[in-house]
Each structure stands twice: as structure tokens, then as C-alpha cells.
Write a protein that binds this ligand. Structure first.
Ligand SMILES: NC(=O)c1ccc[n+]([C@@H]2O[C@H](COP(=O)([O-])OP(=O)(O)OC[C@H]3O[C@@H](n4cnc5c(N)ncnc54)[C@H](OP(=O)(O)O)[C@@H]3O)[C@@H](O)[C@H]2O)c1
Length: 362
């Protein structure tokens, strides 16, 4: 396919290995709509989770596709290429939720920070996914930022939830899939808290990578859960949704575990069965709900200070993380197909960050 052609990566909803970049023919804009060229997106385990939860949680509804197929969502940057909206201008750049496509047509409702896409098909998904933030021109750190921003936003919310829920100290926090960006962000954030001790659990092959980041007080492979001996009460943040990992941690920490939080599904092979797990019942973490809660907690008066604090924390994390990750940025449909193939084949090198620029001109 010519790299100048508009295209969508379509995947069979019931078989993620069946996918293809197919030419797209965007319809003329209706009044009140605008079209963004997708400038760059990053693929992480999170995108696979979106696909796995596509039917149940509505992720397939974000971007319409032919019957039986889906367009997988990803976070990234886009630039307005065409507009039929009086308050949205060509050339404006936004951060938000995009399909693995060259273009996204939106129905913008302008806000103080950008716009909300009010397209009717997006109503099933939480507002969190329809919020597009206006950003400045491209800068080189945006490539890594494309991968880290969505993860780190969840890390900050998760860290807030972990520390706010108890005053007991020292507090131990055990984090699985410790090499994932979301987990690293969580550990980095918790590292700033006094009397919070973090324990990372990871695949044996990823242990050296996780150790080298210095984010955790202690790092162990999944095979050594039995050696965990955290001080004080413990919280478990699970990003694997793997029965064996969750069960091993619950048994090992029995009596000391005060919360078990299900965050992700990087090693999910079958639905998690919480029956028979000792300790607290696992609770689900959902970043959009945590965001709502955090906004309510600070109120309208604290919103700007919170936004600045999050932004500054993200900048610090992105600078620090630049030493851990190797970013490759490729352009066009073949690059997208390769990156998606590598993602679903997994597990890949945790240091590799794959950014794709769908359209050659962006
Ligand atoms: N609930 C929420 O609101 C929320 C918010 C953000 C993220 N999440 C979830 O958190 C998880 C991590 O997301 P992320 O963007 O941080 O991912 P990421 O950086 O791409 O995570 C990569 C890590 O996941 C593990 N992994 C990935 N693919 C695998 C495979 N095929 N087989 C075995 N292990 C694999 C490996 O870690 P190890 O070897 O260390 O296990 C790998 O280093 C995702 O499931 C995502 O959906 C949830």
C-alpha cells in the first residue's frame, strides 16, 4: 500500500493474529466535525488488554469497523488536517485516544484544555477516552512520551489509591509485571514515599532490566514468590491477572495482605478465579474511575494544581526513563503491522518502545 494512502489496521475481534492494514476512504466532513491525522502512537501490552476486553468493556466501540472486525485503540498524538468546526483549526495538535489508522474523524465539543469527542458511537466508553488535550509542537521526547504518558497517568492514580487507603507504615507494596511501564511508574512514584517498600515480581528474563531501573527496593522472578518477606502490612498490585502468580502471592502474604488490586492482564491465560484465595478479595482498579475520584477529591479549585503536579511528575519520570528504554520510530502501514505482530507475539524486550507514525507526512 502506498504510504500516502489513508488506511486502518483491522483485526478480527475473535482472532487477534488475523489483521491487515486496509485502505480507508474517509467520508467528506459533516458540519461540526474535524479530521485528525494520527501523528504517532505507541503499542504496549495495554493495547492487547483493550482488545481482550473489547466486547465486555466496550473498547471496540471507540472506533467503528466492519462487522466482525475491530480497530484497536492506542494513545498518542494527532494533528488536525481538515476541519468543519469553527473552533478547531488545521494544524492544532492534540494528545488522546486514536485508532491504529492514518486518520480519526471527531465531533469536537471544545473545552478549556482541548475538546471532547462527542461522536455518538463513543458514548459507551468512559469520558476519559474521549478527552483530547491541546499540546505544543512535536519535540523529540514525544516519542518516548507517547508510550509513557498513558501508563504513567495510571501509575500516579494507582499510587494515590495505594497510599491513601491506609496510614499503616511501613507499608509493603508488591507489584507484578514489574517490567511494564505502568508498574515501573507505580514503583517510581511510591519510591518518593517514606516508609513504603516496593517489591517487583517479573519474568526471569526481565529481572536485570527491572533491577537496573532502580525503581524497586527489591526485585524477584515469579519463580521466587516464596522468598518474599515484606515488612509490615502489604498491598499487592497485580498487572498479570495470572492465576498462578496471584495465588502464589496471596498464599505467601497470607495474614499480612491488606489489599489485592487487579490492575492489568499481561499474563492472563484464563479468567481469574478468586475462590479459595486467602486474604482480601481482589478488587479491580480502573484508571478512569480513579481519575474521577481524584478530581472529586481536589474539587474544581484544586484541579489546576493537580494537573501541574501530574505534568511535572511525568516530566521527571520521562527524563529518568529515557535511560532505560530504546525507542524505535517507524512510519507507515508495514511498520504498524510489524509492531502489532511483535506485540501480540510477545513477550518482547521490556526496554523496546515501538512508536509508529501512521501517515508519512506527519
Ligand atoms: N486497570 C487500568 O486502569 C490499567 C491502566 C493502565 C494499564 N493497565 C494494564 O497494565 C498492564 C501493563 O500495561 P503497560 O502499558 O504498562 O504494558 P507494557 O509496558 O507493554 O508491559 C510489558 C510487560 O508485560 C509483560 N508481558 C507483556 N507481554 C507479555 C506476553 N505476551 N507474555 C508474557 N508477559 C508479557 C512483561 O512483563 P513481566 O515480564 O515483568 O511480567 C513485559 O515486560 C496491561 O495489562 C494494561 O492493560 C491497566
Amino acid at each position: 500500500m502506498a504510504s500516502s494512502t489513508a488506511w486502518d489496521l483491522l483485526v478480527r475481534r475473535d482472532n487477534l493474529t488475523a489483521f491487515e492494514c486496509v485502505p480507508a476512504d474517509p467520508a467528506p466532513l459533516e458540519p461540526g466535525t474535524a479530521r485528525l491525522a494520527v501523528e504517532r502512537i505507541a503499542l504496549t501490552a495495554n493495547n492487547v488488554t483493550y482488545a481482550h476486553l473489547g466486547e465486555r468493556a466496550g473498547y471496540w466501540t471507540a472506533f467503528p469497523a466492519p462487522e466482525g472486525f475491530g480497530r484497536i485503540p492506542a494513545w498518542g498524538f494527532g494533528v488536525v488536517e481538515e476541519t468543519a468546526h469553527p473552533e478547531v483549526s488545521v494544524g492544532e495538535r492534540f494528545y488522546g485516544y486514536f485508532p491504529l489508522s492514518t486518520h480519526l474523524t471527531v465531533h469536537p465539543a471544545p473545552s478549556a484544555t482541548g475538546f471532547t469527542d462527542t461522536a455518538p458511537h463513543r458514548r459507551r466508553l468512559h469520558d476519559f477516552y474521549s478527552d483530547y488535550r491541546r499540546v505544543g509542537p512535536y519535540e523529540p521526547s514525544d516519542d518516548l512520551r507517547t508510550a509513557l504518558r498513558p501508563a504513567y497517568r495510571s501509575s500516579l492514580l494507582l499510587a494515590g489509591s495505594v497510599t491513601a487507603a491506609t496510614d499503616r507504615r511501613p507499608l509493603s507494596v508488591v507489584v507484578s509485571s514489574a517490567s511494564s511501564k505502568t508498574a515501573l511508574g507505580l514503583a517510581e512514584r511510591l519510591g518518593a514515599e517514606s516508609d513504603v517498600v516496593t517489591y517487583g515480581l517479573t519474568s526471569p528474563a526481565n529481572r536485570a532490566f527491572v533491577d537496573a531501573t532502580g525503581c524497586y527496593d527489591e526485585v524477584r522472578p515469579y519463580t521466587a514468590v516464596a522468598e518474599l518477606d515484606p515488612a509490615g502490612p502489604a498491598v499487592f498490585a497485580d498487572l498479570t491477572r495470572n492465576q498462578d502468580v496471584v495465588s502464589a502471592v496471596h498464599h505467601r502474604l497470607a495474614g499480612r495482605l491488606i489489599r489485592s488490586i487487579l490492575v492489568g492482564g499481561t499474563h492472563a491465560s484464563r479468567p481469574l478465579d478468586p475462590a479459595g484465595l486467602p486474604g482480601p478479595a481482589p478488587e479491580r482498579f480502573f484508571a478512569p474511575s480513579a481519575e474521577e475520584e481524584a478530581r472529586r477529591a481536589v474539587g474544581a479549585g484544586g484541579a489546576e494544581a493537580r494537573r501541574r503536579e501530574y505534568q511535572a511528575a511525568e516530566e521527571r519520570f520521562t527524563e529518568r526513563a529515557a535511560d532505560w528504554f530504546r525507542v524505535t520510530t517507524r512510519t507507515g502501514p508495514d511498520a504498524m503491522a510489524d509492531a502489532f505482530r511483535q506485540l501480540i507475539q510477545g513477550p518482547g524486550d521490556p526496554a523496546a518502545v515501538r512508536v509508529v507514525r501512521p501517515a508519512a507526512a506527519s
